[in-house]
Write a new protein. Structure first.
Length: 185
């Protein structure tokens, strides 16, 4: 913990310490479920906390679902990167081809989203493939910019933009399907 504290401003140390105590075990569990190696999992958690230092200002509450999801995304992404490096794979698979044309200014999309409850929306985002859900959660639930998301996920800004676009298309299909089965559409 001392390693972290030397690089954090005095006024942020308490928040960081609380985050560390509250989430380090859960983050280790997430990392270990991916890596199946205790040492690599500890390395992933360490990297995640180092990355977290940059974003302490954006965390309002320590014990909340939003913070938990944010930390989960960071440690999952780092663990996947470590796993891929270990297996000499560079990136997550990005094979899915989208036929649906997304119009960012679509009134239909706004209506569908307004009918959708917040919890259902978050759950629908989390049901998307990991590479899409991470970007959408960070962008729309946590409010991070494309540059910040690129830094957090260690991908290019263009990749963030593409994943967000593809994720929105998939999400819109889920929402439309849910809207039609609820008898609303």
């Amino acid at each position: 913990m001392h390693v972290y504290m030397t690089s954090i401003e005095d006024d942020k140390r308490s928040k960081f310490e609380k985050l560390y105590v509250e989430y380090r075990q859960a983050m280790f569990h997430v990392a270990n479920s991916i890596l199946k190696d205790e040492q690599l999992s500890q390395d992933a958690v360490h990297e995640a906390f180092l990355k977290l230092i940059k974003y302490l200002d954006k965390i309002d509450e320590i014990k909340c679902y939003k913070t938990e999801i944010f930390l989960d995304i960071i440690v999952k992404n780092i663990s996947i990167n470590i796993y891929n490096k270990r297996n000499k794979e560079n990136n997550l698979s990005f094979d899915e081809v989208q036929n649906y044309i997304y119009d960012e200014n679509s009134n239909v999309e706004r209506k569908l989203l307004s009918k959708f409850e917040y919890d259902k929306l978050v759950q629908s985002i989390m049901d998307l493939p990991l590479n899409y859900s991470n970007v959408l959660l960070l962008k729309y639930i946590h409010g991070y910019s494309d540059d910040e998301i690129a830094d957090i996920l260690d991908i290019s800004k263009e990749n963030v933009r593409k994943r967000a676009e593809r994720g929105r298309k998939k999400l819109l299909k889920i929402i439309q399907k849910g809207s039609n089965t609820d008898g609303d559409g």
